[in-house]
Write a protein that binds this ligand. Sequence first.
Ligand code: ADP
Ligand code: MG
Length: 273
Amino acid sequence: MAASIATLIFYSTSRKNHFMAKIFCIANQKGGVGKTTTTVNLAAGLAQIGQRVLMVDLDPQGNATMGSGVDKRQLALSVYDVLLESASVAEARVRSESCGYDVLGANRELTGADIELVTLERREKRLKQALAAVDQDYDFVLVDCPPSLSMLTLNGLCAAHGVVVPMQCEYFALEGVTDLLNTITQVHANMNRDLQIIGLLRVMFDPRTTLQREVSDQLKSHFGDKVFSTVIPRNVRLAEAPSYGLPGVIFDPASKGAQAFIAFAREMVERIQ
Ligand code: ADP
Ligand code: MG
């Protein structure tokens, strides 16, 4: 399995289509590692540098929806309706004026989708098919995945061109992502040949901690340039921003965390060109 992961990591697509939105999942099966923070701040950062962005919330907790200034309790239509094909993305998306990107929101209704989808046909391709209809509207589609390797995450991975994996530089960091990397390898082999690992993003980083520096070095020696050069520091402004319904990038643009996410947005644009 190690060999196939390596193959996937160094696999790079030669089929570039400049008229298609790039679809990226932000995934890690652990909770609280910074997926949602990465999704909303990358979305806001990309929007600020002129990219047209759709943020898709695939987590029933709806944190990315709320963190983009969209009240999940007020959603007339959500990603749930899109997955069950009772609404199109064009009907269900809403504009976040404060953030500068579109939101396909989620709320607790989505909890049921995992079970409801199991009995349906094309169950893992629902999101992919729905997004195809709005392909021309965006440069980037970012999908915030739930902390599990569920049918919801599978829909994200089947729709995506790439995966961004936020991780904290702590003990067992490598072990923690092995399941995810194995799942990505299997989805790549059996369901979505376009899927690549775009990169591992070091988040909540504290450079004063020896252990974190060591793990960071290990990550780089193990995964090479699949580790993004941008590092997201631990920064309280990033943690405060969601309670104002804003990504840190907009809540406090001068903060270290916001600056790091703007740098990360630029790195993403460069990396996929
Ligand atoms: P996940 O989506 O993986 O569950 P979150 O993005 O919700 O993780 O982050 C978990 C918690 O950590 C949240 O309270 C968030 O505000 C906080 N957090 C995330 N990134 C940072 C950071 N770089 N600095 C400080 N706090 C952070
Ligand atoms: Mg989350």
